[in-house]
Write a protein that binds this ligand. Structure first.
Ligand code: MLT
Length: 248
């Protein structure tokens, strides 16, 4: 029973992925936005590398059924329907739609995960739901890798803290779980900030950048623990939510 935390998807090797359950975290904001979009009834979210990929892929859909979404430097791209703000992915906008999403770090981290048994998108807004899924996987004998997407190949404090919270949740009362040093460090960061996620976000570089760009409201949305209790599973190049219509 192993749980490894990795800082940056570029460190992913076969050993950390093959046959494992992988949780990808980009708290600010891609993994939060994906959970919000699915909870609000998006049919699926398709992560893509670039804005060009989004435009090309959109041509395979009826225009009315698809939303072009994503950010560069935190802002919506020209001609796109939505940015990467969870506040934009409301039920009125996303219900029944396919969301084609490209973000600077989060969607790229997801695309880098190849060969995992399952890939799940994790954040604070779906903490308990995703933790339960990861605990069940561990109990069933799977090893777990938590990938912190980070910022431009750099360590991101908020992703590490969230990873630490997941390590805590999924190892509670599990004596035999082995964790790597990165997971221990993540746990220390989680303990330092505790439930004061707004303090965490206002300390972290990307949290400060989002606030300066006018997205303070997104910080509160990303800090709302368990507000969108969905389990987003990335499989066959798309993310859908686990539920009655999609069991594992
Ligand atoms: C990313 O994927 O880099 C982020 O979600 C950026 C953002 O805050 O939109």
């Amino acid at each position: 029973m192993r749980i490894d935390v990795l800082y940056g998807a570029e460190h992913l090797g076969t050993q950390e992925v093959q046959g494992r359950v992988v949780a990808m975290i980009d708290v600010l904001r891609a993994s939060t936005t994906i959970a919000v979009a699915l909870a609000n009834g998006a049919r699926t979210v398709i992560p893509l590398e670039s804005s060009e990929d989004v435009v090309t892929r959109s041509k395979q859909f009826e225009r009315a059924g698809v939303l072009l979404a994503g950010e560069r430097r935190m802002l919506k791209m020209d001609g796109f329907d939505l940015g990467n703000s969870p506040a934009e992915h409301t039920r009125e906008v996303v219900e029944g739609k396919t969301v084609l999403l490209t973000t600077t770090n989060g969607t790229r981290a997801l695309l880098a995960v190849q060969g995992a048994r399952d890939v799940v998108v994790a954040s604070y807004v779906n903490l308990t739901a995703v933790s339960a899924m990861l605990r069940a996987a561990l109990r069933g004998g799977a090893d777990v890798t938590i990938v912190c997407a980070g910022q431009h190949r750099q360590f991101a404090l908020e992703d590490a803290a969230c990873a630490g919270r997941y390590v805590y949740q999924i190892t509670k009362r599990l004596q035999q779980a082995d964790v790597n040093d990165a997971a221990l460090a993540a746990s220390l960061i989680d303990r330092k900030y505790g439930d004061n996620l707004m303090r965490l976000f206002s300390t972290a570089a990307h949290g400060r950048a989002l606030a300066a760009a006018g997205f303070e409201g997104d910080l509160a949305a990303c800090a709302a623990v368990d507000s969108y209790p969905v389990i987003p599973i990335y499989q066959d190049r798309q993310i859908t939510k686990l539920g009655p219509e999609r069991e594992r």
